[in-house]
Design a protein around this ligand. Structure first.
Ligand SMILES: Nc1ncnc2c1ncn2[C@@H]1O[C@H](COP(=O)(O)OP(=O)(O)O)[C@@H](O)[C@H]1O
Ligand SMILES: [Mg+2]
Length: 228
């Protein structure tokens, strides 16, 4: 077991990279994972060129800590760390400043998703999936998390606000979208869990972080094995 950790909550896996790589191996799930690379200077430059906006996050992170948004538009490079945004005229200038804010540990880079919003605040969703004593998995919660004003991360420990998943979808899209978006999140949760359980036997509780972009496409940001 990773880190020697095993308890009644099930096996825990800290590496976002290992879990993301497992999900990318499934053809039905892969299109819902934002393109992801290990953090290097060349990968950052290249992904900014391709996607315009990216998010970098610690491979073993939680609670939105150390998550940084980086963008390139009209020759201007910007990054946002917590609520502070800095702008630069060159990639090298931005990169140097970024390194000063990053810790010396592995990070990954992910295509930045333009989340749907409520009152200008991004919203994403947490689906909690728990293995029952019978061996059957069950969804125990689907909640929306609305970012604290001024932040792009929605984590509750960073001041995000909880609301029901249905209310979140209704207010960021429409009443008509609630059933289909929840159904798709449930399906992706079920498929992804089968893949993860095959790869990492012993997992018992999962917390899926889903984003829905402004066009309504569902994205998997990460899967937690120690969900709150
Ligand atoms: N690719 C992305 N595009 C846009 N926002 C993202 C992206 N990845 C993460 N975020 C935002 O940052 C938050 C934290 O990222 P996450 O991957 O869940 O890491 P953790 O919660 O372990 O710190 C997410 O809930 C979401 O609000
Ligand atoms: Mg998360």
């Amino acid at each position: 077991m990773e880190n020697g950790l095993a308890n009644i909550q099930g096996r825990q896996l800290a590496s976002k990279w290992a879990k993301t790589a497992a999900l990318l191996s499934h053809g039905r799930i892969a299109p819902h994972i934002p393109p992801t690379r290990m953090f290097t200077k060349a990968n950052l430059n290249n992904m900014l060129q391709v996607h315009g906006m990216v998010v970098i996050k610690p491979v073993r992170g939680a609670g939105g800590h150390g998550v940084i948004k980086v963008s390139k538009a009209a020759g201007v490079y910007k990054y946002t760390y917590y609520s502070r945004t800095s702008s630069f005229g060159t990639f090298d200038g931005m990169y140097k400043s970024l390194l000063a804010n990053k810790k010396a540990r592995p990070y990954l880079i992910q295509k930045g998703i333009q989340l749907a919003t409520i009152g200008g605040r991004p919203i994403d969703y947490r689906v909690k999936y728990v293995k029952q004593p019978t061996g059957e998995w069950r969804i125990t919660a689907i909640v929306g998390r609305l970012a604290k004003p001024g932040l792009f991360v929605t984590n509750i420990c960073r001041g995000g606000t909880l609301l029901s998943g249905s209310e979140g979808i209704r207010r960021s899209f429409s009443s008509g979208a609630v059933v289909s978006k929840k159904r798709e999140m449930r399906l992706l949760t079920k498929l992804s869990t089968a893949v993860l359980e095959g790869r990492f036997p012993g997992i018992g509780q999962l917390g899926f972080d889903y984003g829905i972009d402004r066009r309504g496409k569902i994205w998997i940001f990460e899967v937690n094995t120690r969900p709150q």
